[in-house]
Design a protein around this ligand. Sequence first.
Ligand code: SF4
Ligand code: SF4
Length: 161
Amino acid sequence: MKNLIRIFLEGIITNTRRILFASDRVTDMELRSKILEGRIVPTDKVAEVSCIGCGGCANACPTKAIEMVELPEPVKLMEGLVKDKIPVLDSLKCVNCYYCHDFCPLYALFGEAGTIHPNDVGIVDLEISKLLDEPVKISEDKIAFISQYLADSTILKKRKD
Ligand code: SF4
Ligand code: SF4
C-alpha cells in the first residue's frame, strides 16, 4: 500500500514537472518554435526526377493515398518509354505500410532506393536511362509476383476479401 502511494505521488510530481517545465519532452524548443512560426517544411515523398512514372505505387497502395498526376511536359526516359505522370502522396490517407516504396520497380527490380516513401524519400539520385538498361537480377517468380501488384489495382482488394 505504501509503495502504491509512493508510485502514485511520484507519477503526479513527474507529470506536473513535465507540464510546467516541459522536462524530458522529445519536442525540443527549436522544433516547437518552428511549429509555432509556421517554419516546418513538409518532407518530400516522391523523387520526381528519378521516378519513371509507371503508376505501380498507385496500384499497390491499399488506401488509394496515391494519385498519378499529369506532367505539364512529358519526359522521354529512353527509347519507347515516356514519363507523362508522377505520383502525389496524400499523407492523410497513408497508413505507412511501405507497399509503394517496396513495390516501386526501382527498389523491387533494381535494388535501388524507391522513388516514393511515406515519410521522406530522401535523396534519390539515379541515372534512370542507364539503370533501365541494366539486367534485372531477380527470379522469374519474384518478377511475376511484383508485376501483378504493379499492374492490377484490384489485387490488394481481392486479397482482403
Ligand atoms: S505507405 Fe502509404 S502511400 Fe504508400 S502504399 Fe502504404 S498507404 Fe499507400
Ligand atoms: S512505382 Fe516508383 S517509379 Fe513507379 S510511379 Fe511510383 S514512385 Fe514512380
